[in-house]
Design a protein around this ligand. Structure first.
Ligand code: COA
Length: 381
């Protein structure tokens, strides 16, 4: 009986999100710039393949348009790690210098930048941290873990590991951090999401060339926080259900399969319409179930920091929760500026728009590949 009381005592300790950081790449691309280079690529492709197009062997490619992009997605610009090569119609993807094994990797470098900002906001030093989780939709390599490289660079004792959960990687990472602190394994954790989406996006694909942007976010989760601006984690709710509608076939078994992969087959593909239709009902019902379990109504939630993939998706979710009449600052949008930054999107929204009064509640909710959904219920402390 004594033991149970002790464990329960530990379980009751409050755990907070106490600081966030966002590393934004230095290069911004507007829709017009992106479309201009895409259309140049299309013209080159069609001229080069005129014979096959004229004889009906292949279809001519069609131009993209900024009007379509804004209407279909709400995206107006994106940040990328390198711009000139991405906009070169002969290349259509960024170009970065390969680094030697003894140099800090690109992902670790941007992770450290975002982490330092999050630590400053949490009023902590790197050495206060005892666990690093790097959680993203894609990781630069299989091992050694980027998280352990970041741990080493920041001089952190303890343990670190990488994880991948598509667009819900950051929130599932926060859930792991919450669980590890509750279990007494650590007390202050960094969850970092280097979403260098340019590495998986197909900039030659008209349906999706505009979708993604690059970024890195970092979140500090801790008990006994001294931070001024902090949010108590009340609950995390997770749901996954298998779908092929968002897929990336790149992987280490490609080299031993009895097939040659083209570059486009190793990049992101999706059936955007199906994703929209199928994911939306999951999201609103998961949030409503969570609220119900805590005797709360959607109105009790001051702010919804939703996944940032498509403005029409966010409008759909928020309408289901709050009806037609709500102020737009209840569900802030960053995808117009950042585009879809995979699992980092809801964290950027949280980072930029987290000014709540003590006791007010908010929800961070991600949704995407897997499908995977995670809703984190917070209270301003
Ligand atoms: N420029 C101009 N027209 C385009 C275009 C482009 N770049 N891309 C597609 N179109 C056209 C299509 O040819 C099609 O024309 P048609 O109706 O004459 O056949 C029309 O626009 C609609 O295409 P569709 O692909 O069905 O667009 P959509 O309205 O579904 O929007 C997405 C596409 C991807 C923006 C949208 O489906 C989406 O965001 N879905 C959710 C995806 C998501 O969040 N995924 C998570 C990823 S992590």
């Amino acid at each position: 009986e004594y033991k149970i009381t002790c464990i329960q005592g530990k379980h009751m300790e409050d755990i907070y999100i106490s600081g966030t950081g966002v590393w934004t790449p230095p290069h911004k691309i507007s829709n017009d710039e992106l479309v201009e280079s895409y259309n140049q690529y299309v013209d080159l492709f069609n001229a080069e393949n005129a014979d096959q197009i004229n004889t009906g062997v292949i279809d001519a490619l069609e131009h993209s348009s900024s009007e379509f992009i804004v209407k279909a997605s709400g995206i107006k610009s994106r940040y990328v790690i390198e711009k000139d090569s991405l906009l070169d119609p002969m290349r259509m993807k960024p170009l970065i210098k390969a680094r030697a094994d003894d140099e800090l990797s690109f992902s670790a470098e941007v992770s450290v930048k975002a982490a330092k900002q999050a630590l400053e906001n949490a009023d902590l030093k790197p050495t206060d941290i005892d666990c690093v989780i790097v959680s993203a939709a894609n990781l630069q390599r299989a091992y050694p873990a980027i998280a352990i490289e970041v741990q080493n660079e920041l001089g952190i004792e303890g343990y670190a590991y990488d994880m991948m959960v598509g667009c819900s990687a950051s929130t599932f990472g926060i859930n792991n951090a919450f669980a590890d602190i509750r279990a007494g394994k650590s007390s202050k954790i960094l969850v970092i999401s280097p979403e260098i989406t340019s590495g998986h996006n197909n900039f030659k694909n008209r349906d999706g060339h505009f979708i993604f942007g690059d970024v890195c976010t970092a979140v500090v989760i801790e008990k006994a926080s001294k931070a001024k601006n902090k949010f108590k984690i009340i609950d995390t709710k997770l749901k996954t259900t298998f779908s092929n509608n968002i897929r990336n076939n790149f992987g280490y078994m490609n080299t031993i399969e009895d097939k040659e992969y083209s570059e486009s087959e190793q990049l992101f593909v999706q059936n955007g319409r199906r994703v929209f239709k199928e994911v939306m009902p999951f999201v609103s019902s998961l949030i409503l179930d969570q609220l119900n379990e805590h005797d709360l109504s959607p109105e009790d939630i001051e702010r919804y920091w939703l996944h940032q993939a498509n403005i029409n998706m966010n409008a759909y979710v928020i309408k289901k929760l709050l009806g037609d009449d709500f102020s737009s600052d209840r569900a802030p949008i960053v995808l117009d500026e950042y585009a879809n930054t995979s699992s980092a999107g809801s964290i950027i929204a949280f980072h930029k728009y987290n000014q709540l009064d003590d006791g007010q509640k908010g929800i961070i909710c991600s949704f995407g590949a897997g499908y995977s959904i995670c809703s984190i219920l917070l209270e301003k402390a």
